[in-house]
Ligand binder design. Structure first.
Ligand SMILES: Nc1ncnc2c1ncn2[C@@H]1O[C@H](COP(=O)(O)OP(=O)(O)OP(=O)(O)O)[C@@H](O)[C@H]1O
Ligand SMILES: [Mg+2]
Length: 272
C-alpha cells in the first residue's frame, strides 16, 4: 500500500478545458465537445467520468492523451503542462486502455513480442533475461498463467485475457496516469469483475492515478474514489460516489441512477 504523503500528490490537474469542434469548409459548424472541464486526480486515486453518450468523456480523455488539442484550458501532469513533455517521456507517464481489446494489438505479433515492446518506452530497458523475469512476475501479479498467454497471438485469446494483457503491459511501463476508456464494456460480467479488481490493484498497490470512463453507474460506484458526472460537455456534479450516487444534487444524476437496471425489478413497458 502507498503511504499518505505520496497519496496527496496531484498527478493530473485539468483546468477549464474547452474543446469546440469545427466542421465544414464554407459553412462552418461548431460543436461543443467539452466546456470548462476542471478536475484533478491524485496518486493512487480512481476518478470515474460518467455521463450519457456524447457528454464529452472521450474528448476529455483524448485531450489528456494529447490526441486532440484543446480550444482553451490546460492539463498539467506532475505540475508541468502536457505540451512541454517530449513524446516518449509523455507516454512513459500516461497510458491508456481502450474499449476494443482486439483493435489495440498488432494481430501479427505474439503476446511475448507485445510485452517485450513495452520495455522500449522505458528510460533504461533491462537486458533480455531480466525482461523475461519481469514479464513472468507481472503476469503472476495479474493472476495470469504465463503458459496461458505466451507464444500465442491476440486472436487466440478471449476479450478478458486481452484486457488483462493490456494491464500487464501497463504494469511493465508503470506510468503515473492510466486512462481506461470503457475498458470493460466489451467483456462479459465475470471477466469484468476480474479486470476491475486489477485496476483497483494498480491504483491501491502500485499508486497509479486512474481516470475510469464508463456508462455504467454500478461500475463507477464500485471502483471509484471520486466521480465526475458530465452532461453535454459540462461537469454537472462531482464528489464522493456515496454522496453523488446516494444523495445526488442534480436531476440529471438522479435520472442516470434511475436508468440502472437491477436484478430485483423488471422494466415496465413504456409507451412513447
Ligand atoms: N472529431 C469530432 N468532430 C466533431 N465532433 C466531435 C468529434 N469528437 C466528438 N465530437 C462531439 O463532441 C461531443 C462529445 O463526444 P465524446 O465522444 O467526447 O462523448 P462521450 O461522452 O465519450 O460519448 P460515448 O459515451 O458515446 O463514448 C459529442 O457531441 C460528439 O458528437
Ligand atoms: Mg466515448
Amino acid at each position: 500500500m502507498i503511504n499518505d504523503s505520496i497519496q496527496n500528490e496531484i498527478v493530473v490537474d485539468v483546468k477549464n478545458l474547452t474543446k469546440i469542434f469545427t466542421s465544414g469548409l464554407i459553412r462552418t459548424k461548431n460543436v461543443v465537445g467539452i466546456q470548462n472541464v476542471t478536475f484533478m486526480v491524485k496518486r493512487g486515486e480512481i476518478v470515474s467520468l460518467v455521463g450519457e453518450s456524447g457528454s464529452g468523456k472521450s474528448t476529455t480523455a483524448n485531450i489528456i492523451l494529447r490526441l486532440l488539442k484543446p480550444t482553451s484550458g490546460t492539463v498539467l501532469i506532475n505540475g508541468k503542462p502536457i505540451e512541454e513533455f517530449r513524446k516518449k517521456e509523455y507516454y512513459r507517464k500516461v497510458q491508456v486502455i481502450f474499449q476494443d481489446p482486439y483493435g489495440s494489438y498488432n494481430l501479427y505479433h505474439k503476446v511475448d513480442r507485445i510485452l517485450n515492446k513495452a520495455f522500449q518506452l522505458k528510460k533504461d530497458p533491462p537486458p533480455l533475461e531480466e525482461r523475461e523475469r519481469i514479464i513472468h512476475e507481472v503476469l503472476d501479479q495479474m493472476g495470469i498463467r504465463a503458459d496461458e498467454l505466451l507464444g500465442r497471438y491476440p486472436h487466440q485469446l478471449s476479450g478478458g485475457q486481452l484486457q488483462r494483457l493490456m494491464l500487464a503491459r501497463v504494469l511493465i511501463i508503470r506510468p503515473e496516469l492510466l486512462i481506461a476508456d470503457e475498458a470493460t464494456s466489451m467483456i462479459d460480467a465475470s471477466s469484468r469483475a476480474g479486470v476491475l479488481n486489477l485496476i483497483q490493484l494498480l491504483a491501491k498497490d502500485e499508486g497509479l492515478a486512474i481516470i475510469y470512463i464508463t456508462h455504467d453507474i454500478g461500475q463507477a460506484q464500485y471502483i471509484s474514489d471520486r466521480v465526475v458526472v458530465m452532461q453535454n460537455g459540462l461537469i454537472v456534479e462531482q464528489g464522493d460516489p456515496s454522496k453523488v450516487f446516494i444523495k445526488p444534487e442534480q436531476k440529471y444524476t438522479k435520472d442516470l441512477i434511475c436508468c440502472v437496471p437491477t436484478m430485483h425489478q423488471r422494466w415496465d413497458f413504456i409507451k412513447f
